[in-house]
Design a protein around this ligand. Sequence first.
Ligand code: G3P
Ligand code: MG
Length: 255
Amino acid sequence: DPVTAPRPHPYTIAHRGLSAHAPENTLAAVRAAQRIGCQWVELDVQLLGDGTPVIWHDNGVRRCSNSRGKLIKLDLAKAKTLDVGSWFSDAFRGERMATLEEMLELIGELGLGLNLELKVNRGRDAQALVDAALPMALKALPAKQLVVSSFNSQALEAARDLQPDVDLLRLGLLYEKPPRQWLTEAERLKAYSLHVDWRRLKEKRAREIKEAGYQLLCYTANDPVAFARLWPWGVDGVISDDPSLFTYHLPMPSE
Ligand code: G3P
Ligand code: MG
């Protein structure tokens, strides 16, 4: 029973931290997630121009800061001058971009699980990202508190090369829609999970994934009523901007 069976991770993961209620991918968003009882968070990591891994989603800083331009144009000193909170609300004015190192420390302190997404935006180097970010994450968190995912197969390959042991590194394959050859890909990378866009998931594919023994997570799910028809397919969890929507709305057989 997908609703009541014990799970290797809680069935909700806070997308970019508690991004419905705090500026995404910040320390504040992770603290907020923990405060409402989330046990897992999903965060994006990429590199600044000086090679520092930071928690950030976009190629540029315009949407989520008081500045503009490309992330790759910033070094750490400059990145730390940006206000990454007030775009969301005045309550978060003065929030600073988090380095991966700072974020891992907080997650360790709070005892959370982390789904770290290796975000390879256009023109960026997958190998450099893995080399800088992955050893740091593996060192900071126990293997059971970490799932590393990516849309980018080169990043996933580099990650698996760096840590071939499936018990020491759980890899998640991210897909907008799992392609026909998803199983070949999953086997090659010795994947732990598939993370798919719930709006494009079909029952047949979901059941295939579960029958093959993989964890199946869905992003970005913010509508528990619309989502309810997917649970019976064996979905293991949702990545949500506000997991409390799901905590207080357990899917009922009638839905
Ligand atoms: O990891 C799930 C989800 O975060 C993937 O899409 O664009 O929000 O990073 P995005
Ligand atoms: Mg992401």
